[in-house]
Design a protein around this ligand. Structure first.
Ligand code: MN
Length: 218
């Protein structure tokens, strides 16, 4: 099997789905797996998701991007935000996954270190990967963090990037559970935590795998 580049959309605490999806794609050591961020919040097992991502770092070429929810969690860990602010943004489920006390102290250093090494973007000769959106006129190095992490594409889809590469994004949940394909941009956040699917896409072949929150393959 030739090495593949496989992107995975927003996981949001759905650890059973992530484990099932890894089985479904038959992950190989030379596969590049690009996870698009938003590992935490909303779903119930953020701790389990990050544990599994740490394990995947030794099983394949894992490229983990940071999402806005992961950035807010780091903000709380670093005391740039209050825990109350994080909880109001969905952090309660994440903190509960670490322990009854809902305390930052329960988050292992290995998990905060993982979040700190997540990247804002990744590119191959044909594709680039960001959590949320991009400015078509700027190089990847010149993008604003706010665009990469927070900008939705529901009301406005960015045009083709000046690199000519195809964008692979998450963040804007597709409520119908279907991959959104605008040709120059593909969104694979298919709303797993809220009744949709967790999606993996082999970006070269366009093969798609989807599992639901309980791990059932579509
Ligand atoms: Mn997001």
């Amino acid at each position: 099997m030739p090495a593949r580049t496989i992107a995975i959309g927003d996981i949001h605490g759905c650890s059973i789905a992530l484990a099932a999806l890894i089985d479904a794609i038959d992950l190989q050591p030379d596969d590049t797996l690009v996870t698009l961020g938003d590992y935490v919040d909303k779903g119930l097992d953020a701790k389990g998701v990050i544990d599994l991502l740490l394990d995947l770092e030794s099983r394949c070429q894992l490229i983990s991007l940071i999402g806005n929810h992961d950035a807010v969690m780091l903000g709380a860990i670093d005391y740039q935000l209050s825990v109350e602010q994080w909880k109001a943004f969905g952090g309660t489920a994440t903190l509960k996954s670490y322990g009854e006390s809902e305390s930052l102290k329960d988050i292992p250093v290995s998990h905060s270190k993982f979040l700190r090494r997540c990247r804002l973007w990744y590119e191959t000769p044909t594709h680039f990967f960001v959590h949320a959106a991009y400015d078509p006129e700027r190089s990847l190095e010149e993008q604003e963090d706010a665009t990469l992490l927070w900008q939705g594409i529901r009301d406005f889809v960015p045009g083709p990037h000046r690199s000519g590469k195809i964008a692979v994004v998450g963040h804007t949940s597709q409520k119908n559970g279907e991959v959104f394909d605008a040709g120059h941009l593909v969104c694979i956040d298919t709303n797993c935590w809220n009744g949709g699917w967790l999606t993996a896409m082999d970006v070269e072949s366009r093969r798609v795998w989807q599992v639901d929150e309980s791990g059932r393959l579509r």
